[in-house]
Design a protein around this ligand. Structure first.
Ligand code: PGA
Length: 243
């Protein structure tokens, strides 16, 4: 299964959510699962307006309920219509200090609650420059090898090199293909249940202009798109580029 995920982050598109959703609804998704991750307060409206898209939350808390002011529980996200949840996004890791231990707890409770996790992993530039990408990604995968994984029917991995997110500097198709091999190898060691079946997406400055290069070698199972997903025309052009 291939995926195309729109991560709006803390943004709204100039065309408005209704305009965006109706443009996307006119597209035939083909064999691609279209997933839409708006900011929390828009999930309910998106759920009632959605046609061919599934909904994702951009984050969740690691507890079922309690005194956690400003946080949102996984069950509340399901109530709002979320089917997926993005976990471990580099903006959560780097701006809000989320570490692998916290992400592992979120992964467990998301699975328990019936949310399908989209787990983001990715190295920063110094790790890539030092040639430590494979071991770095393996550590991230190992640290999130929670027992609940075996009960998760569907988990999506998003490989998002930190240096490519929101920078306009995407990884090349060849570089991603090489890294996919490292990720599969780490999955077979630490997440054997999902090793051969977890789809691995790429994210980081994906646009209609670089999608051809990224899909060329056929190893990428889809994309997690930030900036370009705020324009339905660009998002749909990326979808068409997935042929
Ligand atoms: P970007 O964001 O496409 O704007 O680089 C990707 C992401 O953060 O998921």
């Amino acid at each position: 299964m291939r995926y195309l995920i729109a991560n709006w982050k803390m943004n709204l598109p100039p065309e408005g959510m209704e305009g965006w959703m109706s443009a996307v609804a006119r597209e035939d998704p083909r064999d691609v699962t279209l997933v839409f991750a708006p900011p929390f307060p828009f999930l309910r409206d998106a759920f009632s307006q959605r046609r061919s898209v599934s909904l994702a939350a951009q984050n969740c808390n690691d507890h079922a309920s309690g005194a956690y002011t400003g946080e949102v529980a996984p069950s509340m996200l399901r109530y709002c219509g979320a089917e997926y949840v993005i976990l471990g996004h580099s903006e959560r890791r780097n701006i809000y200090g989320e570490d692998d231990a916290l992400i592992a707890k979120k992964l467990s409770i998301a699975i328990e609650t019936g949310l399908k996790p989209i787990l983001c992993i990715g190295e920063n530039l110094s790790v890539r420059d030092e040639g430590r990408v494979a071991t770095f990604l393996e550590e991230q995968i190992k640290a999130t090898a929670v027992p609940e994984l075996e009960r998760a029917p569907e988990i999506v991995i998003a490989y998002e090199p930190v240096w490519a997110i929101g920078t306009g500097r995407n990884a090349s198709g060849a570089m991603v293909a090489e890294t996919m091999v490292d990720i599969r190898r780490a999955l077979s060691t630490h997440w054997p249940f999902h090793a051969s079946r977890a789809p691995i997406l790429y994210g980081g400055s994906v646009t209609p202009d670089n999608v051809d290069d990224l899909v060329a070698n056929g190893t990428i199972d889809g994309f997690l798109v930030g900036g370009a997903s705020l324009d339905s025309a660009k998002f749909l052009a990326i979808h068409r580029g997935m042929r």
